[in-house]
Design a binder for this molecule. Sequence first.
Ligand code: SF4
Ligand code: ZN
Ligand code: ZN
Length: 317
Amino acid sequence: MRCKKCKQTACFQIRRHNAAFCEEHFVEHLQNQVVRAIKKFKMFPRSEKILLAVSGGKDSLALWDMLVDIGYSVDGLYIDLGIPDYSDVSGQKTRNFAEARGLVLHEVSLSRAYGVDIGHIARKNKKPPCSVCGVLKRYVMNTVAERHGYFAVATGHNLDDEAAVLMGNVLNWQTEYLQRQSPLLEAKPGMARKVKPLFRLAERETAAYCVLRGIDYIMHECPMSEDATSFTYKEVLNRLESESPGSKDHFLLGFLRTAPQLFPQDPDDGPDLQACTRCGQLTTTGECGFCRQMARAGLDSLALFHSDTPQERDQHN
Ligand code: SF4
Ligand code: ZN
Ligand code: ZN
């Protein structure tokens, strides 16, 4: 196998692109895919600073490395969910990454603020941890982005994640979710612009990227994860992909091309919003979902941001 670019011995094959690359050109190819995604969806210009949600896993750290290497201005946001063992390791890997490169990392910690983990809040709300975690993460991302004036919030969702979500949405005819499934969600009052620049890259490619770039990431999945169906969808899609390389690309990219005709967006179409009576975030109800969730767990939602890292405290003062 020869590198498509320089004809030296290739180290990595991308069957769906019918191409193989040496180390240098593999890294370049992946970065080009990210630039292509950013430009195609007009996610953010180089002149703007963006916030990247980092978990310590391969996707978010690879994306941080790529964006900074390409020349974008990106700060990180790590949310410590207080999950025993897992959060300590993932937080440390994220901090190590940021420190080694002199990057700004915002941290918001459940355990430092309340001495509890996400499992405690889930039990008190009688909800699955991932549902409670989703509300918390969206709230924290929007709040930090607004406080610090970031242009957009990026997440490390890759091709496999997005194709699996699409499969679930199609199988269950979740038209409301299909309507919103896009690598770019425009900013709305109370909600930051959300972007997913990794959606063209497969999971194994970001893992290989981390190895080649010497990025130390947490390999374990979050132990709270109980979304077995999403693993099943990924397995089914992997089987399809191995039989017919390019299936995931066709499925997801084809949907993204067709979606604007299927679901025309009306910019004025949205619910009436008012300030949350507790925290001030815009919401459709009196108290926002996050404040209600925390109240059910007997916690003061306003205390979450008082546990920011010293760096964050300095910035607020
Ligand atoms: Fe949160 Fe669930 Fe993801 Fe764990 S698996 S980080 S609980 S959404
Ligand atoms: Zn090459
Ligand atoms: Zn609120």
